[in-house]
Design a binder for this molecule. Structure first.
Ligand code: NZQ
Ligand code: ZN
Length: 384
């Protein structure tokens, strides 16, 4: 097992009706800005629950955060914060709203041009306190210090990080997810699945417990994913999906193990240039990464085949083929297409994606740093 430090300060408040608890978590003397997206919270009753919970607080709101949140929209929220003297941010939504709120929290305290946080990875030294009421289980953003923002003028989707950006608390109420469209439920399950795979499917380092945690999350998603679609109001199913998504990217399973993340970084270019949903990009790219890197990932692929898909007979090569097929079939069973051609992306589009990866210094991806632009091109060809 590799050395590691692990600290996750986000308090998780889990279960039906837990929005009411936010009143005790946010100091009464802080001016709060509630940040949300395109309005789903106005249609599903979440906004009313937030309003009721914040009755004793002074608060205002900022809406219109897009899926794949816009850097320029976030700057408008920063202006409002400065004008109103806001001191605490409450994100109500999915990963996009959570990520944008983190960026806003950092940009509001940043000396200099906030674009440099994304373009150069400029260090975040301070941020407003923030918390999340999660409505879409997927990204893990509700209890991690990461975010991803998009500059629609330059067609760039770039990640950022700051240890001050851990939410103070996250409300995880599975009933808030009942109103999700099937496509978003499926995207979220794929995202949580791929987060887990990217911290697991590398090479063995004797991290038995992290492996069992990861396999537990993957199996929970395989068991509950289809039911989340066929029984949308099954509380137990939604609860299992929600907790899995949070645990998949809160730092725990990634402690002391090698990590990959090539699927995510290639996926960001696919979203930036072709507008695919984040989950869709992952469903397309992961099977191709598994196939392209099957030699380097050989031992873990066999373990994955056995522990997640109960495949333990046949030649090693056959077992790996079947595990990759099962992975693709699982994503497709959720209604997510797994080929670039399904989204109208062709071989002619690959050079621009490779150029963007190079531009963003994504030239040594994967757990061995050996996914060069040439290898990324080979991966994308496998996705056609
Ligand atoms: O904007 P509203 O109206 O709220 O609608 C949203 C949005 O259209 C809707 N929605 C959310 N909750 C709902 C709901 N509709 C009905 N009922 C509900 N309860 O769903 C749509 C998608 O929301 P979004 O927040 O974009 O989805 P997701 O949570 O999948 O977030 C994706 C973003 O997170 C980033 C992705 O790159 C992408 O930008 N990621 C963030 C990560 C992190 N911070 O650690 C890691 C991930 O790998 C990922 O990159
Ligand atoms: Zn993701």
């Amino acid at each position: 097992m590799d050395n590691f430090s692990f600290q996750n300060p986000t308090k998780l408040i889990f279960g039906e009706g837990q929005i009411a608890k936010i009143a005790n978590e946010i100091p009464k003397d802080k001016k709060v800005l509630v940040i949300y997206g395109g309005g789903s919270i106005k249609r599903n009753g979440v906004y009313e629950q937030i309003s009721a919970a914040l009755e004793g607080h002074q608060w205002s709101e900022f809406s219109g955060i897009e899926p794949n949140p816009s850097f320029h929209t976030a700057l408008k929220a920063v202006e409002q914060i400065k004008a109103e003297g806001v001191e605490y941010l409450l994100a109500v939504g999915g990963g996009s709203v959570a990520d944008a709120t983190k960026f806003i929290a950092a940009a509001a305290c940043f000396d200099g041009d906030p674009w440099s946080i994304l373009s150069e990875g400029a260090r975040i030294r301070a941020a407003l306190p923030l918390a999340v009421v999660l409505t879409l289980p997927a990204t893990g953003s509700e209890s991690n210090p990461n975010g991803v923002m998009t500059n629609y003028e330059t067609q760039e989707k770039l990640a950022f990080y700051g240890r001050q950006l851990f939410p103070k608390f996250a409300v995880l109420d599975p009933t808030l997810t009942y109103s999700l469209p099937a496509k978003q439920v499926a995207n979220g399950i794929v995202d949580a699945y791929v987060h887990t795979v990217e911290q697991y499917l590398t090479y063995p380092v004797g991290a038995d417990l992290q492996d069992r945690f990861a396999e537990g999350i993957l199996r929970t998603l395989v068991d509950n994913g289809p039911k989340a679609l066929s029984e949308p109001k099954n509380y137990t199913v939604r609860a299992n999906v929600m907790l899995s998504a949070t645990m998949a990217l809160n730092g725990l399973i990634g402690s002391g193990v090698p990590q990959d993340w090539a699927t995510h970084f290639i996926g960001h270019e696919l979203t930036a240039l072709h507008g695919l949903d984040h989950g869709q990009t992952l469903a397309v790219i992961l099977p191709a990464v598994m196939a392209e890197k099957r030699e380097q990932k050989h031992e873990k692929l066999l373990q994955y085949a056995k522990e997640v898909w109960n495949i333990s007979s046949g030649t090693e090569s056959d077992r790996i083929d079947r595990a990759i097929d099962e992975t693709r079939a699982f994503f497709e069973s959720l209604g997510i297409a797994t080929r670039l051609s399904d989204y109208g992306v062709t071989e002619q589009d690959i050079p621009a994606m490779i150029a963007a990866l190079s531009e963003h210094k994504m030239t040594a991806l994967g757990e061995h740093g050996d996914i060069t632009p040439e290898v990324s091109a080979a991966i994308l060809k496998r996705c056609l």
